[in-house]
Design a protein around this ligand. Structure first.
Ligand code: NI
Length: 158
């Protein structure tokens, strides 16, 4: 496993549409392990493959405070949403910034696991937000385009 180099806002790779994964290979498994390690190391709750420079429809998410529930989503698709939530959002590719974004409060996602079996994941609140945010990355979209009002800047000391 290895920490991968993050791509930051302004890098054109973050605005590209990612390609579906058709079969699981050792190389893709290694990418997924590295993505999880990179997410945990940088303190994020989610990471999408384009953020480490790979244009594949893969993301990892863990919204638990003790990093105990790693979700791996391959070719994820939102199949149902309900309600709405308005709250603060940030992104590892846009360091030291946050902004207010409205998202669905409940999101149901169809995806493949690492065995390429279909799984359904339902998330509310923070998990619903993370699912929307990460799946947007796979379509080349960043949350900063959805921010209501101004992006806020903070420093690591805050
Ligand atoms: Ni992000």
């Amino acid at each position: 496993m290895a920490i991968r180099k993050l791509r930051y806002e302004g890098d054109p790779i973050l605005n590209k549409v990612c390609k579906p994964v058709y079969d699981m290979t050792d190389r893709t498994l290694e990418l997924i392990e590295d993505m999880a390690e990179t997410m945990y190391e940088t303190g994020g709750v989610g990471l999408a493959a384009p953020q480490v420079g790979i244009l594949k429809r893969i993301c990892v998410i863990d919204v638990t405070p003790d990093c105990s529930e790693l979700l791996i989503l391959i070719n994820p698709e939102i199949i149902e949403t309900s309600g709405s939530q308005t709250g603060s959002e940030g992104c590892l590719s846009v360091p030291n910034k946050s902004g207010t974004v409205t998202r669905p409060n409940v999101v149901k996602v169809k995806a493949l696991n690492t065995n390429m079996e279909e799984v359904i994941i339902e998330g509310t609140e923070l998990l619903a937000r993370a699912l929307c945010h990460e799946i947007d990355h796979l379509d080349g979209k960043l949350y900063i385009d959805l921010v209501e009002g101004d992006l806020e800047t903070y420093t690591d000391e805050d």
